[in-house]
Design a binder for this molecule. Structure first.
Ligand code: HAS
Length: 542
């Protein structure tokens, strides 16, 4: 990609990694506190650090990285650069997001926003935290507008042609993001900000949580889809193969777009104020949103097997040995894929109505999201960074940096395995999530949890070492690695494929999506607005 685009992408990627570094430190501390290994000084507390970790890792690191990565890929696949308007939109977004991030970080540091990364009522933060969050969201829209603008320009210049797969997937990801962030923007602007400014004396808690999860579930696919872009489009090129099926990949993305939204109640199955029937509809739709991930698993196996066989792999598993195991650009995302197998199974357990009663609000859920976003997605982002940063800085990934990257991947994976295994196990014993160090007055059951909590802390320590190593390697790739040309890996389909054009008719898909949203949320939200649900304050204020 050209210099101005590279500068823009790099600006996003480096804010992402700055947030990642701080978040990793907070994460390690929190593991050690829960394990009873350290006590925090009196000027801070567990929930402040938990909020810093969640906000910086789950919201800031991911959003910045995704925009930086997708902008560069869209530029690469539409001719090598972003045009002036798109770059302008990209920089506007970066500035808004960075101001918003700074505001949120300051309020967390001053302990005025220890409301966790989910920030819904009844926990209340400083209005500056919510204004910062709103700026972050609005800024990220500009990142999306930059992608839409490049896509529009490409389509005008290439009438009748099918768009490049990378661009199509990026557009789908941002259509999802733009629609999914509307409910959280409504929550922040009309509920949380007026309430935290004292303009309204109370708040409709059920509505706040519903609007948050209406956004919160598609949020996890906003994290996942860029990782899938790397799996479908970049990893096949890294291993010397092709995209297995263009239409399957596009269909998977459209399905993720449609079914990621009408499912938010699976986070609220244990809550009052939503009737069992509506919850059941969301459960069924959740089990449907699993299908595009199964399609992705199929597609990945197919790519690996066909490529391995073409390289001379014979027999049932001979192809497996032919994959480039010592190349971190493949190894890191591959380990991410392996993590995603139990992660998906855990998601299905969470989503299964009755089983949710066993795991909800236990640390099982924390284990689930550490192997989804913290392993499958994060390892993929690391694997991408190992080639993306050299591409953007005009440098090369040296053999030593590659080897260090392999070590870093192993540390992260072992740390994540130990920590999340202990979390899943403890969750099934009933250990709650989001709790400071406690032995519940030396209750024997809780004392029995401590050994596993120490395993979590040890895993957290390994993760921190991996995070430091990663930042050192990425710093090296940005400033010191030898100058040279690095390939931006974009795979093609093997032979000409006839992808149905309906997959690119946006009005159709956005129309279906809006219909699904109205069906899934219309009546429950109208109910929450017109009746006071149990658990909310008796006075309606607006
Ligand atoms: Fe989830 C809670 C259900 C996927 C993240 N999830 C969370 C939370 C987060 C999160 C952050 O139904 C906590 C929110 C909070 O703070 O309260 N989740 C699901 C389901 C899926 C799912 C059904 N989650 C994700 C992804 C995430 C994520 C992805 C982040 C990126 N989740 C839930 C539910 C809850 C929940 C409930 C609420 C729990 C509660 O009670 O609070 C599905 O989308 C999963 C589908 C995935 C698969 C796996 C496919 C496997 C693939 C890999 C193939 C491997 C290969 C390797 C090719 C079916 C694609 C080759 C191997 C060789 C050996 C060659």
């Amino acid at each position: 990609v050209d210099r101005p685009t590279a500068r823009l992408s790099l600006a996003y990627v480096w804010v992402a990694y700055a947030a990642f570094g701080l978040a990793a430190l907070a994460g390690m501390l929190q593991g050690m506190v829960r394990g009873g290994l350290v006590e925090l000084p009196s000027w801070t507390n567990y929930y402040q650090i938990l909020t810093a970790h969640g906000v910086l890792m789950a919201l800031i690191f991911t959003t910045y990285f995704i925009i930086g990565f997708l902008l560069s890929g869209v530029a690469k696949t539409t001719g090598g650069s972003l045009h002036g308007t798109a770059r302008g939109l990209g920089w506007t977004g970066w500035v808004l997001m960075t101001v918003g991030t700074a505001m949120a970080v300051v309020t967390i540091v001053t302990n005025d926003a220890s409301v966790l990364y989910t920030f819904y009522a009844p926990l209340k933060a400083s209005p500056y935290f919510y204004i910062g969050a709103a700026l972050l969201v609005v800024g990220s829209w500009f990142g999306g507008f930059a992608i839409f603008s490049s896509y529009r320009k490409w389509r005008r210049e290439n009438r009748g042609k099918l768009s490049p797969l990378f661009v199509y997937m990026s557009v789908t990801t941002f259509v999802l993001w733009l629609i999914a962030t509307v409910p959280v923007a409504v929550e922040v602007l009309f509920q949380l900000i007026p309430w935290s400014l004292g303009w309204t004396p109370s708040i409709n808690v059920m509505l706040s949580r519903t609007l948050f999860w209406f956004f919160g579930h598609p949020l996890v696919y906003f994290w996942l889809m860029p990782a899938y872009i790397a799996w479908y489009v970049c990893v096949p090129r890294v291993i010397g193969g092709h995209v297995f099926s263009d239409s399957l990949a596009r269909l998977a993305f459209i399905s993720l777009l449609l079914f990621s939204m009408p499912v938010g109640f699976h986070h609220q199955l244990m809550e009052p104020g939503i009737s069992a029937g509506w919850k059941m509809i969301h459960v069924i739709l959740t089990l449907i949103v699993v299908v595009p991930s199964l399609m992705t698993a199929f597609s990945m196996f197919a790519t690996f097997e066909t490529t391995g066989r073409k390289k001379g792999g014979v027999g049932l598993f001979g192809w497996f040995k032919k994959l480039p195991w010592s190349d971190v650009r493949f190894f890191a995302p591959f380990v991410g894929m392996l993590f995603f197998i139990p992660a998906g199974a855990g998601g299905i357990i969470n989503a299964s109505n009755q089983m949710n009663a066993v795991v909800h609000n236990t640390i099982f859920v924390t284990g689930h999201f550490h192997i989804t976003v913290g392993a499958a997605v994060a390892l993929t982002f690391f694997g991408v960074s190992y080639w993306l940063i050299p591409v953007l800085t005009g440098r090369t990934l040296t053999r030593t940096a590659n080897r260090m990257g392999m070590v870093q991947t192993v540390f992260w994976s072992v740390g994540m395995f130990l920590m999340s295994f202990a979390m899943h196990y403890l969750g099934l014993q009933g250990t709650p999530r989001r709790t400071d160090y406690t032995t519940y007055m030396d209750h024997p059951l809780a004392l029995g949890w401590m050994d596993y909590q120490r395993v979590m802390a040890f895993g957290g320590g390994l993760l921190f070492v991996a995070a430091v190593l990663l930042i050192l390697i990425l710093g090296y790739l940005t400033f010191y690695a030898p100058k040279g040309k690095t390939e931006y890996p974009i795979a093609e389909t093997e032979a000409e494929q006839h992808t149905p054009r309906i997959l690119e008719r946006w009005p159709v898909w956005v129309g279906v999506l809006l219909f699904l949203i109205v069906m899934a949320y219309g009546i429950p939200i109208a109910d929450q607005l017109t009746h006071n649900p149990p658990g909310s304050p008796p006075i309606r204020t607006w």
